[in-house]
Every structure is written in C-alpha cells, then in structure tokens.
Design a protein around this ligand. Structure first.
Ligand code: GLU
Length: 518
C-alpha cells in the first residue's frame, strides 16, 4: 500500500444526512485536499431493514450543493469499486470464511428466544468469553451437528471470537492513545445467514482495507467500534496498513446538555439537514439549509468551525483557505455547541459579499409569490438600498429580536412598499402621529408641487430642487414625506426612494396621502 492519504465518508442510507454527518464529510474533504489525497464515497447499506429509498441520492445532492467533492465512490467512479456494500457480498464472504477456518470466528445458532432467555437469566448478559461456552454455537456443538444445521438451512450468525483481558490501543489523532480492554467487548456478529450479508462491523473494516483507507475520520459515536477495527486488521494480518483514527467531537445542543437532535432544530427553528427532506414513508417534510435560504459557502464555513479553529480568531474562510489551515490534530476533544445563531451570522456575511444582481433571481421569486412583477434593475436597486438594514422578528420561543438581514427572504417585509403603494394611512401609527402635525398637509402639498416641476427625476435632480425649497422655506419635510411615500417609518433615503419610484408613482402616492390625511 502506498502512503497516500485516502479517506472515506461512509454513510448508511437510512434517511437524510444529518448536519453532523456533513461536518464529518467536510473534515475528511479538507484533510484529503490538504494532503493531496483522495476522498471516497462509500454507501454502507448492509442493513436492509433500515434502507430508505432516496437517501443515497439525497446525500449525493447535498454534497453537490455544498461543494464537497469526492474523488471516487458511488456515482463518482474509481477503481476500488463497487462502492455500495450491498454489491460486495461475494467479497465479504471470503473474509468471513477465512476467519472461521482459522478459528477466529464461529457459527452461532442461538435463536432470538434463546438469547432473550439468557438475558433474563444473567444480569448484563454479553455474548463473550465468559458466556460463549454456554451457548449453541460451533464451539460447543459437535462438528457434525454444526454441518447438519447449516445443511438444513437453519439460520445462524458468525461471531468474532474476542480473546479477553487484552488492552487494545487505538491511536487517535485527536484523542491520543485510547486504550480499551478486550474483556468489555462482545463477540461481534460479523455475518448473518438470513440475508447472506455481513454486518456493518465486518464490511466497514474489510472495505477500509481493500479501499486502502489511510485515515478513519468520523464522529465520536464510532469510537467504540475502533478496537474491533484494530482486532480485525490483526486477525487478517493487515496490521501494517492500519488506518490512523480521528474521532471528531460531538455536536451539542444549542442550549442545555446532550447531543444535537432534530427536536432541537424543530423547537428553536433551525434545520438539522442540509436539504429539505421528504420522508417517503410518513410524508413528513423536514426543513433544509438550502431551502431556508442559506448559502452553501456559509454552511460550510459555519460547520468547519464546530470542533476546529485556525488558532486565531479568523472566522470567515473560503474553502481553499480552510484546506490550507485545517489541522486534524488541532480538533477539539470536547463537544462543539451547535450555535445556530452563529450560522445565521455566517449567512449574513456571505450574503453581503454577493453583488445585488446575485440576489435578484431569488428576490424576484419572492416578489412573484406576492403577486409583484418588477424588473431586475429595480429589484437590484432595492437590494442595494436595503441590504444593510436590520429586521425585527419573533423567534420560535416568542422573543422579539433584531438582526441584520441574513436571508434574501428577510427583504420582503422591509421592501414591500417599493412595490406596493400604501393603501391606507394609519393615523394611529406611532410614526405617522409623531410626524403629521398642524401644517404638515400644506407643507406636503407644496412639496408635491416642487416635485412635479422636476424634469431630472434622479437622486441628484430631486435633491437639488428639494434642498433649494427646504432652504428657502425652512422646512424639515423628510419624515412627513416618508409618511406619504411609505405609509410608516421605514425605508431608505427619501431621494433614493423617490427616484426609484419614479415621478409618476411618487406624485400618485403624495396625492393619495394628501387625500387620506386631510
Ligand atoms: N456507516 C457508518 C455511518 O453511518 C460509518 C461509520 C464509519 O465512518 O466508520 O456513519
């Protein structure tokens, strides 16, 4: 085996990809790219009972959206395939047989009922060196009977025979030397006759060997599987090519203790999946980062910093910068709090980097859904004028809050008046009350006259004329003028607004306001 870096992301297609899985894939990607290595996409689908149609394609689509690219694997080609474990049955069978022949694994015929009975009889029952000789398996049954049972088609599993009392060392790039005593491990099921398929344990490890995986980078929840990795590599005589491990810190709930769950997202109002997911069985729809209006660069940047940082306070990083700066051994051992508010902040940052023209297609969709037909030029102008504004919103817990515009959809409530003239003028509105006084009507009537005489209805043209009038008359017309054009106290600079609305629409709104507020 070469000493090339080869890493893999190996999801089971049991549903949508959780955001923690995206972080795992991202770290694998950064590590591979940084080392000129390869990233493999392997589908671990040996548990047919948990297979969910559409999940595999969902995962592929999610990475395509995020810009995380695989070098080989399902749908990507490569010469270590097939990359879907369900298509590798024949490959695994050979390894299972090898272990049995060498006495490192054995057949076990215990029925679910028998196992259940044992669990009742022995507290904390575990199928291991202390109990295996009390069970119905090829270690306890005569050879002829084992052969007869198999020939009769009786269902069995193959278990790995783990010798007790050994310290197994897992060399982890994040956690250092992790030592686990083999006595705590059970004789793992490696193969099931019922579906003629290996279990995750065997397939995962055999494939890491056959696919020449150099580093296993995965979530902390897989740490308990690592000793088995070591033992199976040993059993097969592959110790020299043992991958190095890196078990990534858990993603924790935004508040409180424990790991991040879908429930946290539902409760606080943030997605835990990259793309929207339509559950094929229940029909339930779960929200996704893409559909919620996040930019892929923002999601990637946000996730990269959940468990790692470049050692200074730099937060905004392009993919290339991250590839340069990423350091697996600097990842945290401690869980990383999933600060979804920070995710919104990242989106704000990345959104502002985009020129207004790039906001337009999405903004236009939102306008259309509100029955507005407009032009890309006007929409871009509105974006330009409004993108730095702050919005007020009520969070999922009912708290009133403010934040910067962070999604294109934030724009509509702040900008609707550009496209829809105020229909009524609410005299009870705080802003209207404060700014519409004795004499305001005459002042606005005069202003309407000034405006109607302007030929050059541009920001500069309007400004020149209105300021000359302001100077001459000593008025401060802006707030009342805002009442006329907007109906309330929102909006950009009045000259910008009037120029964008155009002369005709500006005068029409003034006329309506004057009629309503007489
Ligand atoms: N199939 C496992 C999963 O669903 C892979 C774990 C590993 O990376 O070894 O995450």
């Amino acid at each position: 085996m070469s000493n090339k870096v080869r890493v893999r992301f190996a999801p089971s297609p049991t549903g949508p990809l959780h955001i923690g899985g995206v972080r795992t894939a991202l770290y694998n990607y950064l590590f591979a790219k940084q080392n000129g290595g390869e990233l493999i996409f392997r589908i671990e689908d040996t548990d047919s009972s948990r297979f969910v149609p559409g999940a595999e394609q969902y995962i592929i689509d999610a990475f395509q959206w995020l810009g995380i690219k695989f070098d080989e694997g399902v749908s990507f080609g490569g010469d270590h395939g097939p990359y879907r474990q369900s298509e590798r049955r024949d490959i695994y069978k050979k390894y299972v047989d090898q272990l049995i022949d060498e006495g490192k694994a054995y057949y076990a015929f215990d029925t679910p009922e028998e196992l259940e009975a044992k669990r009742k009889e022995i507290e904390n029952f575990q199928y291991d060196a202390t109990t295996r000789m009390q069970m119905r398996n090829s270690l306890t049954l005569p050879k002829e009977e084992v052969e007869r049972l198999i020939a009769d088609g009786v269902q069995y599993v193959v278990r790995f025979k783990i010798e007790p009392g050994r310290d197994i060392h897992v060399d982890d790039l994040i956690r250092g030397d992790v030592s686990i005593n083999s006595s705590v491990l059970d004789d793992k099921v490696l193969f099931k006759s019922a579906d003629q398929l290996p279990t995750y344990h065997l397939a995962n490890i055999v494939d890491d060997h056959l696919m020449e995986v150099s580093h296993v980078i995965r979530g902390e929840e897989w740490l308990p599987s690592a000793p088995l990795h070591v033992l199976l590599y040993e059993a097969f005589g592959w110790t020299g090519t043992m991958p190095r491990f890196a078990h990534l810190p858990l993603l924790l709930k935004p508040v409180g203790n424990g790991k991040l769950s879908k429930r946290d997202g539902d409760k606080l109002g943030f997605p835990v999946f990259p793309l929207e997911w339509h559950d094929p069985k229940s029909g339930e729809v779960s929200s996704g980062y893409r559909e919620q209006g996040y930019l892929p660069e923002a999601v990637v940047n946000f996730l990269a910093l959940l468990g790692w940082n470049p050692g200074n306070d730099q937060e905004l990083m392009s993919m290339d910068e991250m590839i340069n700066l990423f350091n697996l051994s600097k990842c945290s051992k401690n869980g990383a709090r999933f600060d979804y508010i920070k995710g919104i902040w990242f989106n704000h940052q990345y959104l502002l980097k985009k020129p207004a023209e790039e906001w337009v297609p999405e903004f236009d969709k939102i306008l259309k859904s509100n029955g507005i037909e407009s032009t890309p030029e006007k929409e871009a102008k509105v974006v330009e004028l409004m993108k730095q504004k702050v919005i007020e919103y009520t969070d999922n817990l009912g708290n009133k809050k403010k934040r910067n515009i962070s999604f294109i959809s934030d724009l509509w409530p702040l900008t609707s008046f550009f496209f829809v003239a105020p229909e009524t003028y609410d005299k009870e509105d705080k802003f209207v009350r404060k700014n519409w006084k004795e004499g305001t009507w005459q002042e606005m009537d005069e202003l309407a006259g000034v405006l109607s005489a302007i030929d050059d209805f541009t920001v500069e043209g309007i400004k020149d004329m209105v300021e000359a009038w302001v100077e001459a008359r000593g008025f401060k017309p802006w707030n009342a003028w805002r009442v006329c054009l907007v109906g309330t106290g929102q909006g950009p600079d009045m000259y910008e607004l009037a120029a964008l609305l155009g002369k005709e629409e500006t005068l029409r709104r003034m006329e309506n306001a004057l009629a309503a507020l007489k």
